[in-house]
Design a protein around this ligand. Structure first.
Ligand SMILES: Nc1ncnc2c1ncn2[C@@H]1O[C@H](COP(=O)(O)OP(=O)(O)O)[C@@H](O)[C@H]1O
Ligand SMILES: [Mg+2]
Length: 142
């Protein structure tokens, strides 16, 4: 039930070599992340169990898995749209596990980019306005 992680692109050799001398911390780090959804009539639905994940700067990673294996849950957590039930999420050296929603919203607006596979665009306005909209929340000047 644990999603498989596929690394699609790796470091150029040069980068790998320099990292051996001065190791940088991973930009995305999950430690023992568990997610269980609370539902009415059932105690909880397990979605992620003890996930450890480390993604370096510049690394490209695809998360794939069987339906219901928890890939969307994982992406929601990585994108700060949802929080783990337990475990730690460290983004760019910052532990997000105990942050209040307000600060998570700020990080989502300024640090994370999300391209949804379902249309999440507003149909009542044009494409440029759709692109501008999240920048309003990120307090970007016009
Ligand atoms: N909001 C939710 N409430 C209750 N259970 C959920 C919710 N979202 C997902 N689940 C359950 O969590 C598990 C993982 O779901 P999900 O992350 O959507 O998997 P995937 O994206 O790999 O198909 C499934 O058993 C699913 O039914
Ligand atoms: Mg999904």
């Amino acid at each position: 039930m644990i999603p498989r992680i596929l690394v699609l692109a790796d470091y150029p050799e040069e980068r790998t070599r320099s990292r051996e001398h001065r190791p940088e911390p991973a930009i995305i780090q999950l430690e023992h992340v568990t997610k269980a959804y609370q539902t009415i009539g059932r105690v909880s639905v397990p979605a992620l169990h003890d996930v450890d994940l480390s993604i370096d700067t510049g690394e490209m990673v695809a998360v794939t898995g069987e339906p219901n294996s928890g890939t969307s849950t994982l992406m929601n957590i990585l994108g700060c749209l949802d929080t783990p039930t337990s475990g730690r999420y460290i983004l760019d050296g910052r532990d997000l596990s105990a942050l209040p929603n307000r600060q998570l919203n700020r990080i989502r607006a300024t640090t994370v980019g999300f391209a949804f596979n379902l249309a999440q665009l507003r149909p009542d306005t044009n494409l440029v306005r759709n692109v501008e909209l999240p920048m309003v929340f990120a307090l970007r000047p016009r």
